[in-house]
Design a protein around this ligand. Structure first.
Ligand SMILES: [Zn+2]
Length: 271
């Protein structure tokens, strides 16, 4: 089975999309290339990435969730904010993945031999603001705790691109012990806003994969709405959980006002 396809975003940035319609990004400098996230761990994403570049490859994970970290088993050098270590060890374990994917009709039939194993090498910690020099191309990692405590956003400096990923998007999930409350998350977004002059393009990992620059302000407004107790009667069901949602949506979770940016949260986070 072919698990991956690719699409050029620029000469140095390539989107890799898996068959579940999640994506990650390959960023290629003159000296080396980095894979920003490794998707769900089906097939061999390293082999696929090596068809796109001949530069030495390493991995940075934006956070520890299953659909971002599971494929890193194929690599020798992996970086992640270690605040997500416990989450990574749970989500990217083979047992957790099999348990989840064997329940899902889209993935039920995938044979054991196509599952990446659990990564057991060193995970190098990433400091807030740390720069990775790829050779005339720099990726800077910005901490945006909220969706998870170790959540980081890569800023591809010379390309003026930023990957908001799960940190800020059309349905940011705030739930469970790994997510912040809305007021803490709001502080992270306000800090992210201080980088606004350094990028022109916002990329994401799910759904439409890109957003207009107003996305950040729209999600900040969602925080304000939740903290003001607005729209509390709206419930959407996803990931097996009933979520409240900040802005009214249709049955495909598109905002009724046509704008992008939303937060799905459980009530324990609404402060
Ligand atoms: Zn996530």
């Amino acid at each position: 089975m072919e698990y991956y396809t690719s699409e050029k975003i620029s000469d140095r940035v390539i989107r890799i999309t898996d068959f579940l319609k999640n994506c990650c990004y390959l960023v290629i400098g003159e000296k080396r290339a980095v894979l920003l996230d490794t998707l769900d761990g089906f097939g061999n994403i390293r082999q696929f990435a090596e068809t796109l570049t001949d530069k030495p490859l390493f991995v940075i994970l934006t956070h520890g969730h299953i659909d971002h970290g599971a494929g890193c088993w194929y690599f020798d050098e992996v970086w992640m904010n270690r605040k997500d270590m416990a989450l990574f060890q749970e989500h990217c374990s083979l047992e957790f993945r099999k348990e989840r994917y064997r329940k899902d009709p889209a993935t039920r039939a995938i044979p054991d031999s196509d599952y990446a194993l659990m990564y057991e090498g060193e995970i190098n910690d990433i400091a807030d603001g740390q720069r990775f020099d790829l050779g005339n191309l720099t990726v800077r990692m910005i901490a945006v705790p909220g969706h998870t405590q170790g959540m980081m956003v890569p800023l591809i400096e010379e390309e003026r691109m930023i990957i908001f990923g799960d940190a800020c998007g059309v349905g940011v999930l705030l739930t469970g012990e790994n997510s912040s409350c809305v007021s803490e998350y709001r502080k992270s977004l306000q800090r992210l806003k201080t980088f606004e002059q350094e990028y022109d393009t916002i990329l994401r990992n799910h759904g439409t994969f890109c957003s207009p620059k107003e996305l950040l302000d729209n999600v900040l407004e969602c925080c304000d709405d939740i903290l003001a107790g607005k729209n509390r009667d709206q419930i959407v069901h996803s990931h097996g959980i009933d979520f409240h949602i900040a802005k009214p949506v249709d049955d495909k979770e598109n905002r009724l006002d046509g704008k992008q940016g939303n937060i799905k949260y459980t009530l324990d986070k609404a402060h």
